[in-house]
Design a protein around this ligand. Structure first.
Ligand SMILES: Nc1nc2c(ncn2[C@@H]2O[C@H](COP(=O)(O)OP(=O)(O)OP(=O)(O)O)[C@@H](O)[C@H]2O)c(=O)[nH]1
Ligand SMILES: [Mg+2]
Length: 330
């Protein structure tokens, strides 16, 4: 009988992910530092900040640097990509954010525009309650959209324009981090009230808090995959799915069972998808080409399937949430 997968029992699965030797510092490209300097200098012109985070990492997806240098303005937190997030602990997430001083939070999906209509009323209320002077004298709102790369900042701007102006795209969107490279000019998103948004490039902190936080950020596509290594990232994804008992990947790829060994999983995925590569092998009679599974192509497919929601919704910050002190609420 062919052993399709080294199907280990969950009891023998990894309890932690081996992180040694990974240099998270290299994941911070230079253009981000420039973006941050430009954002600081544009800060005077803005009435409030809209911070966008990936709803799958509502806590680890923060950039402490942004809060430190831009945190003096009224602040709305948009937890975007809610369609990809497992939100059964939504109340706990909101409580935890409140404890960090983030009281204005909205969950959105900028592809389907879900909850996006709540953003402008929340921003106007926030501005009205934060400034002493009468806004009637200053009918324009200028808001800066901030966040780590690839969380949907530009998508939010486009979604707001669809909702309030019935107009199309004003700013470029893409599946990779680093699509927006410069602090853009003001983009109108609403007529009444007259509101302009400044799109900004995604900025990661040069020192990511821990390698695990770095891997979560990478899984959500905030750094280029090759900087981390596609197979490493696929391994962290497998470890995460198994730890959260999410076995949709087994059905998606028609595997024999859940497994904690990335080499076995990628081999099966490559064979199922027909992703093979020619490799020269030296034999006694000379070199011959043999077809081998392409582990890197399988890793890319595994990551793509996860990021497009095909492996089911996840909450990557479950560990951080579980480490919360119990709520004092009844
Ligand atoms: N599933 C899902 N995908 C989304 C959502 N919002 C945005 N995206 C996708 O996420 C990717 C990144 O979106 P962008 O709007 O370019 O993100 P950004 O934050 O502006 O990225 P940078 O400019 O690179 O910092 C794109 O492929 C979007 O289509 C959402 O709510 N759900
Ligand atoms: Mg952008």
């Amino acid at each position: 009988m062919k052993p399709a997968l080294r199907a280990l029992s969950p009891a023998s699965w990894r309890q932690s992910f081996s992180l040694d030797g990974r240099d998270v510092a290299r994941w911070f490209p230079g253009h981000m530092a420039k973006g941050l300097t430009k954002m600081r200098s544009s800060l005077r012109r803005v009435d409030a900040l809209v911070e966008v985070r990936d709803a799958r990492i509502p806590l680890s997806g923060r950039n402490p640097l942004l809060q430190e240098s831009l945190g003096l303005k009224p602040h709305l937190l948009v937890l975007n990509k809610m369609d990809l997030a497992e939100l059964s602990a939504q109340k706990k997430i909101v409580q935890r954010l409140e404890a960090e001083g983030l009281r204005n939070v909205v969950f959105t999906n900028c592809v389907t525009d879900e909850n996006v209509r709540q953003v402008i009323p929340m921003v106007t209320d926030l501005v009205a309650s934060s400034y002493r002077y009468d806004r009637q004298e200053d009918p324009e709102y200028c808001i800066m959209v901030i966040g780590v790369p690839n969380v949907g900042k530009s998508s939010l701007i486009n979604s707001l324009r669809r909702q309030h102006l019935c107009r199309g795209k004003a700013t470029r969107v893409g599946g990779e981090p680093g699509i927006t490279r410069a602090v853009m000019s003001r983009i109108q998103v609403c007529e009444r009230p007259l509101m302009f948004l400044l799109d900004t490039p995604g900025v990661l902190a040069p020192q990511i808090e821990s390698v695990e936080t770095g891997l979560k950020l990478a899984l959500c596509g905030t750094v280029l995959d090759h900087l981390v290594g596609e197979e490493t990232l696929a391994d962290y994804l497998l470890y995460t799915l198994n730890r959260h008992q999410l076995s949709q990947y087994v059905r998606h790829y028609g595997l024999a069972g859940a497994c904690d060994d990335i080499t076995s999983v990628l081999k099966q995925v490559a064979v199922k998808l027909g992703k093979t590569q020619k490799v020269k092998v030296l034999t006694g009679t000379g070199a011959v080409n043999v077809l081998q599974p392409s582990y890197s192509a399988a890793a890319r497919d595994f990551l793509r399937a996860f990021r497009s929601g095909l492996l089911g919704p996840v909450m990557l910050d479950q560990d951080v949430l579980q480490s919360c002190p119990p709520s004092s609420d009844p």
